[in-house]
Design a protein around this ligand. Structure first.
Ligand code: ZN
Length: 498
């Protein structure tokens, strides 16, 4: 098996990957809190850990990939205060909390499917693991690292830090935290502001609550990942991934809970993907640049100059190393769209070359090409195994594209071996590990048919309007609307969106 190196957030070093159980890999990634549409911030971890899992499987490992759904306990502020995000959405929309969870879980799945992110092996939900979480709270209480206060249970950070290092993962130290946090106002159940909830007593109006030995309440957000990762991957597993925004407090708390309950950190390699910015700014609702994936794919957000297909977004994300920040702009996405097109065209061309070419006589100067092809394939593997360096891997794939283009122009003849090697590079790496696909190949076809049909119907509406047949024109609009096709009349004609 090839050597794979990954940057471990815990050691802050690139390390040789050696799984706890040879040949098997357990991965846990923090999934979404399902109270709103999937957005660009979900695409990056989705794709990053998808490529990691695909690479590990391609290298021959048996992988169990667990990605959770947070459906309870994620409060609005600092994970520990304010209203539950899902309960709030349910209250505002007059839905059952589990209706909110179901709707946004399905939408998240659909966005991931379009991005060609393979589903995880197990997708556990926090609300389905209350028993395990209560058991974990008991263990931490028994170990002496938590205290009860008015029916809630809090992790005792200062006590834990006497014998352990709280902050080891994120690089923060507790003294800084004491300085940086607000004074408690005496109304608080916590002993210190940096203590975090393991179990919260629910207020009477709180709708998502369960019985426990301490109160009717709900688990703290950080608890679910400790409980579910242990349940499905064991006390010690290989990789824990997530976005850098989860490093503190979420993952720091998770690590402390693991230590306090099982006596070990539980995770061999912590991996964190960096954040996405939009036109140089942090993405956020208050900046007006919060783009959902649906808006991205349909081009409906005001800062987008066009729609970008899921594969364009995937390709764009792969063009940056997962540990670097990534800035979305129309120019950069348009460049990615072109780049993707070139790669996919080369994939078609090499198939045609392979189908057309027998083993013709080979000019003497071709031997160098075979060597070049072999070496570039090696470089692609080296890059991917070097901490998932997808931008370097793609740069070498573009070298392969250039070779294919030269062969297509009949300026170079590829041997049968060369062709096989290039075909394998596309099948195993471009489509396999990187998970790119030709969107025109499947949904593209039906998309073109829909385009044609809608435009045909709109032509009839235009004719009706020209005849002042308003009844027909309105009926067409309403019937399209009922099908989920929304039309908008502008001075240049009629626009429509699905
Ligand atoms: Zn988590």
């Amino acid at each position: 098996m090839r050597n794979l190196y990954i940057t471990n957030t815990l050691s802050r070093k690139k390390e040789l990957f050696e799984p706890v159980n040879p040949g098997h890999v357990g991965i846990y990634v923090c999934g979404p809190t399902v109270y709103g549409d999937a957005h660009l911030g979900h695409a990056r971890p989705g794709i990053t850990y998808d490529v990691l899992v695909r690479l590990l499987r391609h290298l021959g490992y048996k992988v169990r990939y667990v990605r959770n759904i947070t459906d309870v306990g994620h409060l609005e502020h600092d994970a520990d205060e304010g209203e539950d995000k899902i309960a709030k959405k349910a209250r505002l929309e007059q839905l059952e909390p589990m209706e909110v969870v179901q709707e946004y879980t399905l939408r998240y799945h659909e966005a991931m499917r379009l991005l060609n992110v393979a589903p995880p092996s197990i997708e556990p939900r926090a609300s389905g693991h209350i028993i395990e979480q209560i058991a974990l709270v008991k263990k931490i209480l028994d170990a002496g690292y938590a205290y009860e206060s008015n029916g809630s249970i809090y992790f005792d950070v200062r006590k834990y830090n006497e014998s352990h290092n709280y902050g080891i993962l994120s690089g923060r130290n507790i003294e800084e935290m004491i300085g940086g946090t607000r004074e408690l106002d005496g109304q608080d159940d916590k002993h210190a502001s940096y203590d975090f909830a393991l179990w919260k007593k629910a207020s009477p109006e709180h709708i998502m609550k369960w019985p426990s030995p301490w109160s009717e309440g709900f688990p703290g957000w950080h608890l679910e990942c400790s409980a579910m990762s242990e349940k499905y991957l064991g006390k010690e597993f290989d990789i824990h991934g997530g976005g850098m925004d989860l490093l503190f407090p979420h993952h720091e708390c998770e690590l402390a809970q693991n230590m306090a309950s099982r006596g070990c950190g539980g995770v061999k390699y912590w991996m964190h993907n960096n954040m996405i910015t939009i036109n140089g700014k942090k993405m956020g609702k208050s900046y007006g640049n919060f783009i959902t994936l649906q808006e991205m794919f349909a081009g409906t957000h005001p800062i987008l100059s066009q729609a970008y297909s899921p594969m364009t977004v995937r390709f764009f994300i792969l063009q940056a190393h997962y540990r670097s920040t990534l800035d979305f702009s129309n120019e950069a996405l348009q460049a990615a769209e072109k780049g993707l097109k070139r790669v996919l065209q080369a994939a078609k061309d090499i198939r045609e070359i392979a189908a057309a070419a027998g083993i013709a006589e080979i000019p003497a100067d071709i031997a160098a090409t075979s060597e070049e092809i072999n070496s570039l394939v090696e470089k692609v593997y080296d890059a991917l195994c070097d901490d998932l360096n997808t931008p370097v891997a793609l740069a070498h794939i573009f070298d392969a594209v250039r070779i294919i283009n030269t062969a297509k122009d009949r300026k170079l003849k590829l041997t049968a071996e060369d062709t096989t090697c290039l075909l394998k590079l596309f099948d195993d790496i471009v489509f396999g590990v990187l998970g790119l696909k030709d969107e025109d190949g499947d949904s593209g076809k039906s998309g073109k048919i829909i385009d044609g049909l809608v435009n045909m119907v709109l032509e009839q509406r235009k004719a009706a309007k020209a005849n002042k047949d308003w009844a027909t024109s309105d009926r067409i609009r309403d019937e399209l609307n009922a099908l989920g096709i929304h039309i908008k009349d502008t001075k240049d004609g009629t626009e429509w969106t699905l």
